[in-house]
Design a protein around this ligand. Structure first.
Ligand code: PAF
Length: 281
């Protein structure tokens, strides 16, 4: 396994791989790898000839008051996890190489970037799509892997790939959860033991909604109301949003019919957590 720091060198390596007719599987990450990331890497290993993982804490997707500085960076541990899974290349650029002086070009997926998490994290998805577009141009993957945990991100990236004719496939892999239901996230380590307990309320609320739908309740307002009541029981919880939306347009739906995305973002103390579920009417 090789660690590549320069975008130009990575681009050269990717070109050589493609010239040999081999396929590249790419897992973009910000490091602090957990089982969720590892499931993407394993899948890339199965599907493609050469596996590239990027580890880059992308400054442009963090707001000024957000956790860019304290975001976990256990690089040595990440390297050994990647090695143990047979990753071929880790791309780990410096921020000043990704965004050199004079950098002026951003990629924005309109509308989809402004709702749900985008409403509470202005500029976040512009940062994500910009860095992912750059990474796609550098790594030139055949398949790129994302987690369903960041459902909105995956939907936005699929839209970008289609709109900008990136010649690659996006695979979205299922959420990996702890035994008690908490979705894995690099940010879970911020939680105190009490908050860690309270954090289960996100997945409990999703299961509650699923139960309500199964019992015949289709009115999304009613479902969200029940979820709010459950979450509010936890002192440490503060809801940013709970939404039931069309999984392509991210527009709110009134009645559950067909496939809908139920997504929520909740602060547990000072940690903002997200989770989601596909509801079928
Ligand atoms: O999901 C993430 O870890 C990041 O948003 C990504 C896709 C690596 C872009 O920085």
């Amino acid at each position: 396994m090789k660690i590549i720091r320069s975008p130009k060198q990575m681009q050269g390596i990717s070109k050589e791989i493609k010239d040999k007719g081999k396929t590249i599987g790419f897992v973009p990450t910000m490091g602090a790898l957990h089982q969720g990331h590892l499931s993407l890497i394993r899948r890339a290993r199965q599907d493609t000839d050469v596996v590239v993982v990027s580890i880059f804490v992308n400054p442009t997707q963090f707001g000024p008051q957000e956790d860019f500085q304290r975001y976990p960076r256990p690089f040595r541990k990440d390297i050994s996890l990647c090695r143990s899974l047979g990753v071929d290349y880790i791309f780990h650029p410096l921020a000043s190489w990704m965004y050199p002086e004079g950098f002026k070009t951003y990629v924005l997926v309109e509308d989809l970037s402004e709702v749900l998490c985008g409403r509470f994290r202005p500029g976040h998805f512009r940062g994500v799509t910009t860095v992912v577009a750059k990474l796609f141009n550098i790594v030139r993957p055949d398949i790129a892997y994302f987690g369903q945990k960041d459902a909105q991100q995956a939907i936005i990236i699929k839209r970008m790939v289609c709109d900008l004719n990136f010649p690659l496939k996006i695979k979205v892999m299922p959420i990996i959860r702890e035994e008690d239901g908490l979705a894995l996230s690099s940010r879970n380590i911020y939680l105190s033991p009490q908050e860690r307990n309270d954090a289960c309320v996100l997945s409990e609320a999703l299961r509650l909604a699923q139960g309500l739908v199964k019992s015949g309740i289709k009115d999304t307002k009613k479902i969200i109301c029940h979820m709010r009541a459950l979450i509010k029981k936890k002192k440490s919880a503060k809801i940013d949003y709970i939404a039931i939306v069309d999984p392509k347009t991210l527009k709110p739906v009134k009645k559950i019919s067909g496939r809908c995305l139920l997504a929520l973002a909740v602060w547990i103390g000072k940690t903002r957590l997200i989770d989601n579920l596909c509801l079928k009417g």
